[in-house]
Design a protein around this ligand. Structure first.
Ligand SMILES: [Zn+2]
Length: 248
């Protein structure tokens, strides 16, 4: 049994400024590009914030870290052009490495106070059987930063931003990579756009790996749309910001 929040589910299609906080450079698009492309077409501005440097998954091991960082950004900009991402930011924490949770949360607070998004998208940190710590830490730090954005006694690392920040309305948070969705978004019209964006991520997928990923996404988007009136969907857990504490 799942006890749903008593708070109404915010309407993601009312979003005007969406901050998409991802563990790795391709997660927003693999998980939610169909939905994000719809929001962009609907007039929302998209901002991507990437927590880690992604250097562990590079296919071409002959590249130096500097060269790898360049091809990773090349992929991201190519995909961003397809989805219509307005601006991207990177934090550069070590991919699959050791870093401090509170540093990540501090940095997320800074971007939330600076960009003032009305919706935040991120990975569901409570996804059962998720083994990648980057995903769990990023999702939890993003959710906590959304909940604590207005508590400016918690520093963001930039005193000027904290002094200026007077609070703003974050309508909701949408968790992707979730097993407990409360919304299946019809992405039938943006499926091709999503796959075109995903296919840009060649630094971390060789051609065979990419074909396997697209095959898996094809199956997954159909699976989650089973019983719906459309053929392909992306699952989201969309919560009111006040639902992020004590189960309301
Ligand atoms: Zn990832």
């Amino acid at each position: 049994m799942t006890i749903e929040s008593i708070l109404p589910r915010p309407d993601i299609f009312e979003a005007k400024r969406v901050l998409c906080i991802q563990p790795h450079y391709d997660d927003n698009d693999i998980a939610a590009a169909g939905t994000l492309a719809l929001l962009q077409q609907n007039g929302a501005e998209l901002f991507y914030l990437t927590a880690t440097d992604d250097l562990m998954g590079i296919v071409d091991h002959s590249l130096s870290d500097e060269e790898a960082a360049e091809v990773l950004k090349r992929d991201q900009f190519a995909a961003a052009k397809i989805i219509g991402v307005k601006e991207q930011f990177w934090l550069g924490y070590p991919d699959a490495g050791q870093y401090d949770y509170f540093d990540v949360r501090r940095d997320f607070l800074r971007y939330i106070r600076m960009l003032k998004p009305d919706f935040v998208f991120t990975a569901d940190p409570w996804l059962t059987y998720e083994a990648h710590r980057d995903h769990i830490q990023t999702g939890l730090a993003a959710a906590e930063a959304v909940m604590l954005a207005g508590v400016t006694k918690i520093p963001s690392g930039d005193p000027a931003i904290d002094a200026e920040y007077a609070g703003h309305d974050i309508k909701g948070i949408a968790f992707y990579y979730t097993r407990e969705p409360n919304q299946i978004v019809d992405i039938s019209s943006t499926w091709e756009t999503k796959i075109a964006a995903v296919r840009c991520y060649t630094a971390q997928f060789d051609p065979r790996g990419m074909d396997q990923l697209v095959f898996a996404l094809d199956a997954k988007t159909r699976q989650v749309a089973a019983g719906e009136s459309f053929p392909r969907g992306e699952p989201l857990k969309v919560l009111h910001t006040s639902a992020l504490h004590c189960g309301f």
